[in-house]
Design a protein around this ligand. Structure first.
Ligand code: BG6
Length: 296
């Protein structure tokens, strides 16, 4: 279902039979909303999000490509999140191409301007799928289509802003005892101690070589997000907390209380593709009542 969203930007609405839905903007190839069958919003979107090029939309799931953060000469998090993607009219078949699922295929290719800042040819195909249980799946396939014989290298993240009721009551499981790079301390390397991760100040960490399943427990809402990933060894966890929040123009001063970014990512060891080669990376999010999880 195609329509015009904020500021006339094109968007696609995916609906699943039981009532869950997702909204995808072509600007950024960005999921901006994901609702469960009760119509509850599961992603955070800032009330100050601008929906105006060249600024990326603050919330949902921006895509960081071909650079995560400041790890290179490009703008922070690369440019995929502020480009206009197209609907892929001719998608290559996916192995997961099955019925009973709502999905949309998007594609991003470099413009001439883009080739000046990142001199490579590529086809980036993104499939956003809403599964029968309301699960939200993002699959990226990036192909090197250089004709000059050159490889390229990139880092990547699905910068997912999860909506939480109260960040002080949130725990993340699956990252304890893992090594991480602390972005707020010049990317110094530490090892996470102790139990599940909780939040009481700014967090900006890249966990390295994590398990493929991470759980984010929203105690207040009695909801657990389960993030599963494939092809993306790292996981970024970010909450700006009060001081940083004030410094971000398109983010409300108190909004940090109601969001947590957990991002399937590939940061530490960049991906290299030779001409003709393709990389795939997948992130799947589900949201379930917490009681279901404790029984698992
Ligand atoms: C996180 C980074 O992924 O994104 C943080 O680790 C950064 O360092 C944050 O501040 C937000 O970035 P931006 O460019 O969307 O403001």
């Amino acid at each position: 279902e195609y329509s015009k969203g904020v500021n006339g930007l094109e968007k696609v609405l995916l609906r699943e039979v039981r009532g869950s839905s997702a909204e995808v903007y072509l600007y950024g190839g960005q999921v901006t909303s994901w609702k469960n069958e009760y119509g509850e919003e599961l992603l955070f979107l800032s009330s100050k999000a601008t929906f105006k090029s060249p600024k990326a939309i603050r919330g949902g799931i921006p895509i960081c490509f071909p650079q995560f953060g400041t790890l290179g000469s490009l703008e922070q998090h690369g440019f995929a999140r502020n480009r206009f993607w197209r609907i892929d009219q001719d998608p290559l078949p996916f192995p997961t191409n099955s019925g009973n699922k709502a999905f949309i295929d998007l594609i991003l290719k470099p413009s001439e301007e883009d080739s000046k800042i990142w001199p490579h040819r590529y086809e980036f195909r993104l499939r956003v799928t809403l599964g029968p249980g309301g699960d939200l799946m993002l699959t990226s396939r990036i192909r090197n289509t250089n004709t000059d014989g050159k490889s390229f290298t990139f880092t990547f993240a699905y910068h997912s802003y999860l909506a939480v009721t109260d960040i002080s009551e949130v725990r993340v499981e699956g990252l304890e005892t893992r090594d991480y790079l602390d972005n707020s301390k010049d990317r110094e390397r530490f090892t996470e101690q102790g139990d599940a991760i909780t939040f009481e100040s700014e967090v900006d960490k890249v966990y390295l070589g994590t398990p493929t399943k991470i759980a984010i427990l929203d105690h207040e809402r009695k909801r657990t997000f389960v993030l599963r990933k494939d092809g993306l060894p790292d996981a970024v966890v970010w909450n700006p907390w009060d001081k940083k929040a004030k410094a971000i123009p398109d983010f409300g001063d108190d909004e940090y209380k109601h969001m947590l970014c957990v991002q399937a990512a590939c940061v530490e060891t960049p991906i290299t593709l030779k001409p003709g080669e393709e990389w795939r990376g997948r992130q799947e999010l589900s949201a379930v009542p917490s009681s279901y999880c404790s029984g698992q």
